[in-house]
Design a protein around this ligand. Structure first.
Ligand SMILES: Nc1nc2c(ncn2[C@@H]2O[C@H](COP(=O)(O)OP(=O)(O)O)[C@@H](O)[C@H]2O)c(=O)[nH]1
Ligand SMILES: [Mg+2]
Length: 473
């Protein structure tokens, strides 16, 4: 996995602009740049101090001047990649910068692969994998909150917390190992000490996992699916939530046959809403296909909104959809995916007399454990902002927006997995013969945490991560 050769790429966006930057990285970058860069002072780049911009021209060995440019070199250990590097700042536009890149390739550089500069920063040990992925987060951030969480990860705040977790885990494993030699001497007191320690570690890991998931939601957005019987106002809600007239709203049940998607930004978070065909016994083939799609959309969503017509009250059909959405609530287990019960058409309620149907629904609502109810009117706009607030908060899972870390699914899962392995280890310790089992569970937990930072990362994993970057980053 040693980097080979000097790589070059255009680092700025394609198109007309004031300046465009070509960058080079790898041992020998300055030598290659000097073949095409001629300083106005008569000095070559290698004679100009590192990190100082030098004015000059880019020209072919015997050809015409391509552009007047600024060039700067970075020494090994003091650049983005950690390698010897050069940046050439050309005038913007496509032709000059493209020609400059071609000259560098002719002079011995090779075109960089997507993310190869950042990959080299990782391979040279300048940043760990969590930070490398945060670079992607910074590039992709669409809101202030997402940008903040990405830059915190990039600055290494997440990495240092993960390292702290790793150190605590390692110390714990050593202690456990020492006790393993004399298992018969473990008394109840020591056992509960170990359990307590493991409990703390597991909480720390799941806390970090939660902050990563929150950051993930901030950067990639949340998908909420709108489910319910026909005619409860799902399409009207989609329109009210996004301020667009995307979905057709009529009084005829079964109007929506296919899923319709529209988005909005709320408190800096991208919300994507999916309106679906009403769920009931299908009256024809098209409606049947629509209903199948509704259920598929439900599976793919981060959050489920089950809409009911509060003027009608809760029907058997509603109850069936609610239990589909929260999956196996029979035992009172918390819903696998956050679900919100949307009590729509609240405007009709006030006309019919204060809250009679709503009051009738209450006992059923409280029995649906863990589901939050929000009253809305798609007609008057009442409760629409409160609904978006609830989605925002549920998506962050109780983590304040300013505490999220930019992370990828890979990182969040690695931390959740470590948390559950440590939890299993705690359960094992409580069994008489469990110390051995606990030791190997904790070893597995260390492997997932180490993978997060990129220790022992395979070439396939690195390729999968860095191919998501653009060329030049
Ligand atoms: N009064 C009132 N009518 C609503 C509200 N939301 C939707 N509707 C009406 O209910 C009917 C069905 O709405 P629609 O959005 O097509 O329901 P869907 O089948 O669930 O998508 C339409 O006539 C809407 O105008 C609401 O909040 N209040
Ligand atoms: Mg509809």
């Amino acid at each position: 996995m040693r980097p080979d050769g000097v790589i070059a790429a255009i680092a700025t966006a394609w198109g007309e602009s004031a300046i465009a930057v070509v960058r080079l990285s790898g041992e020998g970058s300055v030598e290659i740049a000097d073949k095409i860069f001629h300083g106005k002072s008569g000095k070559s780049l290698s004679e100009i101090p590192a990190r100082r911009m030098a004015l000059g021209v880019v020209a072919d060995s015997n050809g015409p001047v391509v552009d007047e440019v600024l060039a700067v070199r970075f020494e090994e250990g003091r650049s983005y990649t950690g390698e010897e590097s050069v940046e050439i700042h050309c005038h913007g536009g496509i032709a000059a910068v493209q020609r400059c890149l071609e000259l560098l390739l002719d002079a011995g550089a090779r075109l960089a692969l997507p993310g190869e500069f950042t990959k080299r920063a990782f391979l040279s040990g300048r940043i760990d994998l969590a930070q490398a992925e945060a670079v992607l987060g910074v590039i992709r951030s669409k809101s202030d909150a997402a940008l903040l969480s990405a830059s915190r990860s990039l600055q290494g705040e997440l990495s240092s917390r993960v390292r702290g977790l790793m150190d605590a885990l390692t110390a714990f494993r050593a202690e456990l190992e020492a006790r393993m030699d004399y298992p018969e001497e473990l008394d109840g007191q020591e056992n509960s000490e170990i359990s307590d320690g493991l409990e703390k570690l597991s909480m720390a890991a799941s806390g970090l996992a939660g902050r990563c998931r929150a950051g993930l939601m901030l950067s990639s957005g949340v998908r909420a699916v709108i489910l319910g019987r026909p005619n409860v106002g799902k399409s009207a809600l989609l329109n009210a939530l996004t301020g667009e007239q995307r979905a057709i709203v009529t009084a005829i049940p079964g109007t929506t046959r296919d899923t319709v998607t529209a988005s909005a930004v709320w408190r800096g978070m991208a919300l994507e809403f999916v309106d679906t065909a009403g769920i009931r016994e299908a009256r024809d083939e098209i409606e049947g296909i629509g209903i199948t799609r509704s259920l598929a959309a439900m599976e793919g969503a981060d959050i489920r909104l089950v809409v009911i017509d509060s003027a009608e009250g809760m029907t058997a059909g509603d109850a069936e959809i609610i239990s589909k959405a929260i999956e196996g609530d029979a035992g009172g287990a918390p819903p696998k995916k956050p679900t919100i019960l949307v009590l729509n058409k609240s405007d009709l309620l006030t006309q019919a007399g204060p809250g009679t149907a709503y009051a009738a629904m209450r006992p059923q609502m409280t029995s649906t454990v863990g589901v939050k109810g929000i009253r809305t009117s798609a007609l008057t706009g009442d409760g629409i902002e409160a609904l978006k607030d609830s989605i925002f908060e549920l998506a962050l899972g109780n983590v304040p927006a300013e505490e999220g870390y930019a992370a990828t699914e890979r990182m969040a899962s690695a931390l959740s997995e470590a948390a559950s392995l440590i939890g299993d280890a705690k359960a094992a310790v409580q069994r008489a013969d469990g110390i051995d089992a606990a030791g190997s569970l904790l070893a597995e937990a260390s492997v997932s945490i180490a993978a997060l930072l990129g220790a022992d990362a395979t070439e396939e994993l690195l390729d999968a991560i860095f191919s998501k970057f653009c060329v030049g980053k």
